[in-house]
Write a protein that binds this ligand. Structure first.
Ligand SMILES: Cc1ncc(COP(=O)(O)O)c(C=O)c1O
Length: 474
């Protein structure tokens, strides 16, 4: 049999999930490398001694994993020569097309996955106490239907926070508490769109916002983003009116730019004249590492065209499923009619505890700690990438993710697939483009992972990029 040169294991060594039996984790990681073709048939696998040293596991765990690979036909052991990838790798049974696709188990957090946060011990302890008290002494609000906007206590706490922290001009009566930004976007699109209405979105942009447009019969039209944010002057003008514009002015997702003041003013001016709605998604402005935070677009709007969207998915945790929209009066009425026929109102149980967390002095301290932790994660990741790949990027001044640019013709989707096989989860940039010519890059989240994990994963990712021969911008 033809022997292929052994791959460079220093670049392909997988990142193992932190939990679960080691032999199975090693087996699965190597099997994924084999199935993805990164380690070709006939390639020699590392020795169990080498592998156990690199992964920091017992020799027995590596031996057991290899036995499993051999037993299942993925590898063959040759006496005196070592273990090799089998010439013909078993193919996985085809999924029965008649069966609905099984929900994949959420699986462990893999470095650079977006949308992960790390639990803050002190905040969780405070929240537990606040929740426990509300359960011990339940108020009457749990035993009847409540306000369609959500409970007043939480709306008042959110309004006070937004006025001071973000310069949003709002009262509790304008706030609709939702199960995250996504529900707010979906309800807004249902409230404002007629079939075929155009919505302008940042290009590249946040795919779930585009989905909310398309799912509700709208036409999603990309507007280019440059160093100053969304550029209205470059927008394709559709036949018919533009019903809404979705923007992330504080921190553009995914590119990370902040919209300049002149672009903000131009956008507000255009919205006042055209009557379009501006949907301002302010998802991670709490995570600003340098310089003062910028006032929200909503706070500069004299014409009542801006809906401000916020979420606790980043500052606290996504499992809470709490977000909010600050709505102009006209929209609030339409939204409440829809909400009455959807989920009626948010769950009352967590609302009071969350309101107390926001007002009780816990939250400011929580934000300081979380910001410090995320800044350390950012620094570790940027440092590791620069050591591995050279001066390819600067630390982002805000947020919980960064974009590692690749130079054309790099195939970011193929790199993401190869990275996944090596245990690292990256979001390719090119699918996030709508109408503009896609550019390759990798979107990396750092909020859910500790610095050592990020550094190890950066080394793996750099190995995958090098193995793919992908050019980096000079
Ligand atoms: C641009 C953007 N908006 C909003 C959110 C939050 O969404 P939700 O509140 O539905 O969890 C995210 C989370 O990843 C995001 O990236």
């Amino acid at each position: 049999m033809k022997r292929t040169n052994p791959p460079d294991w220093s670049s392909l060594i997988p990142v193992l999930p932190a939990e679960g039996p080691r032999p199975r984790a090693i087996y699965l990681a190597i099997r994924r490398l084999i199935e993805s073709g990164l380690v070709p048939p006939g390639a020699k696998l590392p020795t169990t001694r080498d592998l156990s040293g690199r992964l920091g596991v017992s020799r027995l765990a590596a031996v057991t994993a290899f036995e499993l690979l051999v037993a299942e036909g993925f590898a063959e052991a040759r006496v005196g020569a070592g273990t090799f990838v089998a010439a013909a790798v078993p193919s996985l049974p085809a999924a029965n097309p008649a069966e609905p696709a099984a929900e994949p188990p959420p699986g462990p957090a893999r470095p650079f996955a977006l949308g992960f946060t790390e639990p803050d011990r002190r905040t969780m302890a405070s929240f537990r106490q606040l929740l426990a008290r509300r359960l011990r002494e339940p108020g009457p609000e749990h035993f009847r239907y409540g306000d369609l906007r959500g409970g007043l206590e939480l709306r008042a706490a959110i309004a006070a926070y937004l006025r001071t922290a973000r310069g949003v001009r709002c009262e509790a009566s304008q706030i609709l508490v939702t199960s995250g930004t996504q529900q707010a976007l979906d309800l807004i699109m249902r409230a404002i769109l007629l079939p075929g209405d155009a919505v302008w979105l940042e290009d590249p942009g946040y795919a779930p916002a585009r989905a909310a447009v398309v799912n509700n019969g709208g036409r999603a039209i990309g507007v280019p983003v440059d160093a100053e944010g969304l550029d209205l002057t470059a927008a394709a003008v559709p036949a018919g009116r533009v019903r809404a514009v979705y923007v992330t002015p504080s921190h553009q997702f995914p590119l990370g730019v902040t919209m300049s003041m002149r672009r903000r003013l131009a956008l507000l001016d255009w919205a006042a004249r055209s009557g379009a709605w501006l949907l301002e998604d302010d998802y991670d402005s709490e995570f600003r590492y340098a310089g003062p935070p910028l006032t929200a677009l909503q706070g500069m709007d004299g014409a009542g065209r801006v809906t401000y969207l916020g979420t606790f998915s980043k500052v606290l945790f996504p499992g809470l499923r709490v977000g909010y929209a600050v709505l102009p009066q006209e929209l609030m009425e339409r939204m409440l009619r829809l909400r009455a026929q959807t989920d009626r109102h948010p769950p009352s149980l967590t609302e009071g505890a969350l309101a107390e967390l926001l007002t009780g002095g816990h939250f400011a301290a929580h934000l300081r700690r979380t910001r410090r932790r995320c800044q350390a994660a950012r620094d570790a990741l940027v440092g590791a990438l620069r050591r591995q790949l050279g001066p390819v990027l600067e630390p982002p001044g805000q947020g919980l993710h960064l974009v590692l640019p690749l130079a054309p013709p790099a195939d970011d989707q193929a790199i993401a697939t190869a990275a996944a096989a090596a245990g690292v989860q990256v979001q390719p940039l090119s699918p996030l483009f709508i109408d503009a010519a896609p550019r390759p890059g990798l979107v990396l989240g750092f909020s859910g992972f500790a610095p050592p994990e990020l550094e190890a994963a950066a080394a793996v990712l750099a190995g995958v990029i090098r193995a793919a021969g992908s050019p980096l911008p000079g």
